[in-house]
Design a protein around this ligand. Sequence first.
Ligand code: NAG
Ligand code: NAG
Ligand code: NAG
Ligand code: NAG
Ligand code: NAG
Ligand code: NAG
Length: 837
Amino acid sequence: MQLGTVTLFFLFIFSFLPSQYGAELLYNITPSHPLSEGQTLVSPGLIFELGFFSPTSSGNKYVGIWYKDIFPRKVVWVANRDKPLALIDTLASLRISSNGSLELVDGKQNSVWSTNDTLQVSSSNTSSVAAILSDDGNFVVKDVIGVGQSIWQSFHHPGDTMLPNMVLGYDSKYGKGRFLTAWKSESDPSSGIYTAELGRRTDMPAQVIIWINRSIPFWRTGPWDKSKFIGLPDMDDRYLSGFKLDENMEQGTKYYSYNLPDKTLAYLDLSSQGKIKLMSSENGRNWSLYAETQRNRCDIYGACGPYGFCSISESPICKCMKGFVPKLHQEWSKGEWTSGCVRKTELFCERQTNKKSVPLQGKQDGNDDGFWKIIRAKVPDYYQYITSLDPEDKFNDCKIQCLNNCSCLAYALVNNIGCLVWYKDLIDIQKFSKGGVDIYIRLARRELGEGKPIKLIVCLTAIGLMIIMVAIVFGLHRLRADQKESIPTSRDTLREFIRKHDPSKLLIYDFDTILTATDNFSITNKLGQGGFGPVYKGMLQDGKEIAVKRLSSSSGQGIEEFKNEMLLISNLQHKNLVRIMGCCVKEDEKLLIYEFMPNKSLDTFLFDTRKRAVLDWAIRFNIIQGVARGLLYLHHDSYVKVIHRDLKVSNILLDEKMNPKISDFGLARIVEGTQNLENTQKVVGTRGYMSPEYAMGGMFSEKSDVYSFGVLVLEIISSKKNTSFSLYDQQLGFLAYAWNLWNEDKGLELVDEILGDSYSSSEVLKCVHIGLLCVQDNAVDRPTMADIALMLSSEKHGPQPKLPVFTIQNSAYHPQPHSVNTNSSKNEASITMIEGR
Ligand SMILES: *[C@@H]1O[C@H](CO)[C@@H](O)[C@H](O)[C@H]1NC(C)=O
Ligand SMILES: *[C@@H]1O[C@H](CO)[C@@H](O)[C@H](O)[C@H]1NC(C)=O
Ligand SMILES: *[C@@H]1O[C@H](CO)[C@@H](O)[C@H](O)[C@H]1NC(C)=O
Ligand SMILES: *[C@@H]1O[C@H](CO)[C@@H](O)[C@H](O)[C@H]1NC(C)=O
Ligand SMILES: *[C@@H]1O[C@H](CO)[C@@H](O)[C@H](O)[C@H]1NC(C)=O
Ligand SMILES: *[C@@H]1O[C@H](CO)[C@@H](O)[C@H](O)[C@H]1NC(C)=O
């Protein structure tokens, strides 16, 4: 590779040799002295040179201009790029014809290429016309005697290279543009597919766009803010301070140019790959890279599709904006992002327009539209520009003007530009680590986390962070009606609260007792292993069986905190929750002691080809009801609101009578919570059970548990796993499959075939219905556990469920075995993923 480059390099030089050595240097071309092979035209300062050349491995010959003494040779302009001469034609010449045009003729004196501009003033006498090369690289044909006016110049006909002092741009009056057109390949100067053009609309802040075939955008700079392009955050620090953009709105012209400070030897070129590079030479002998664009995948136009945004420092690089979900989930999860995202909740103003007859409907939800901010962004394409702004309060005026027009999807107030607004699909947004501007995306307020249902989540999160613990998170605390104490709001008062609530139930076990009970944590007593430590079976001296979870010693949690948390958990008492009996702390050892569940977890039955026959419909229905009661307690009836966050089949333990007990509410994450909850936002849960808003945005509420519960119910009915369902049907997710059956009145087909006909169809249908209501994409549409309890125990029917379109694809996330199951189940590993926004 290296060798090849070197060889090419020498070949490249070699092809110039005829013009370099023994070449006769001319300072001008006149009608009587054309330029022939073996001669070159040089600029007065010997900086530029024009002559015949042939690119490496090309059978063609061209007339071009290059920097005379800087290597590797860079051809900055080619006259006959699309009309080459044959390499063997040594009699070709470049001459000034009788009408003053510049003409390239081949050996047979046939015109190959010519300029179209001719001498207007004194067409009868061309002897005073000459073509010269100036020291800035401009090849000029002019009347040297008359007024010295130039008839034609190469700077008006750019190729793939822009030189300092060159001016490119657009004149809307004449519909004329000057832009760069890339070479077809490194060795073929003919017009390639890429062009770099300045946006044609003169009434908008300008941006440079690289097009493919002049129709498909490939890259853009973002609008010019009078000192830099917004999409080039590096422009601030160093280069391009020499860039200039002259806009004349009245004349309808717009031109840009550049001059690097202290560097006259430079060029900017559009490569045959569609990339822009700025090269400079310090010493006048060789080139070095000064700046380049399009350095990563986020730079490709619309890399994340409409309503997606790209951030190269995150993985995956593409995300949907808040309030949007991938349009095609399958493609998106495979990393094909260009289809972009779609809005989850219709804008309030749209709803208003669509339902003119009931204008007050939205008011009842306390709804309107608001904005979500993306910071340090490259603004989307297709911006419009609001010129009339209240000078006193530009920012709010910009916002209000956007808010007042329902078609306005976003706005940004940019220094030196003003108010940019968007009416078309937002595309090509990048989030930078520096530079960029803030853009505000219009959303229905309930997507913003400001509306009623979401306030709860925000509150939950805030308090959850304070209680640096577990994955148990405390939300709005709800006291039982008969309790008069005030609601604990901070960690300290919460501790107080716990102390008043009978801590005696929590036993502190002696470490030696546990050692004996588990036979020194003997391997034969091990029930399971998770990322946070193993779980052992033990037997106390009184014959009582226990399960001992041994947390990894690196938990980093203080003993006091650990004990307090145990107090908290031990106060959660319900027959459908696994009971924690106590804990044990000795030096680095932290142990949790639970009651032992002889029938292990639900998944050991449910997903076992033979054992699932044990679960007849009565048992399954009982399990569903039990889990619902347990959750109802956590959400509504306990002294603090608890969100489980990791409800799944393997976390439902079964006692000797097959009664369900919810386990593992967050215990596995004591360690992690202590270390990370405050600093990083982590989505912790299990693939297949995570609600869309939680998986995508990290927002959780009781409705995320409700979602998991819905998945659980459908799994219990069918004995099918949500996550591995695609094995049966690649096209359809399990949830959508269930919904389709329901919708076609075939809900009973979902029932595990091992049950035969021995089930109550009304109970099954009720459960399918509830399951589908719970897994609806929109948290607001899902019932609460209280609603569910009511539906389960009565004949009350819920509304028609909506099709769940959200499915987390396996490939999108990287599961890590972080969950400790109190028993040997290992089918589902809890996963942890960094949530980036
Ligand atoms: C100028 O003269 C050349 C050769 O004499 C001819 O090919 C070309 O068409 C002329 N151009 C115009 C604009 O008359
Ligand atoms: C001269 O004009 C003709 C027709 O108008 C056009 O096809 C040709 O590309 C022009 N040549 C140059 C060098 O501009
Ligand atoms: C053209 O101009 C040159 C120099 O100015 C002059 O010598 C020559 O006589 C002129 N020819 C004609 C035909 O006017
Ligand atoms: C651009 O045009 C060329 C020639 O017409 C065509 O072969 C190529 O596929 C086009 N490229 C794209 C991306 O459309
Ligand atoms: C350019 O030349 C300078 C001095 O001759 C040398 O130090 C530098 O490495 C050269 N750069 C390249 C890219 O060849
Ligand atoms: C909203 O903006 C669009 C695009 O500029 C415009 O066509 C439309 O008339 C505006 N609507 C209102 C109500 O101002």
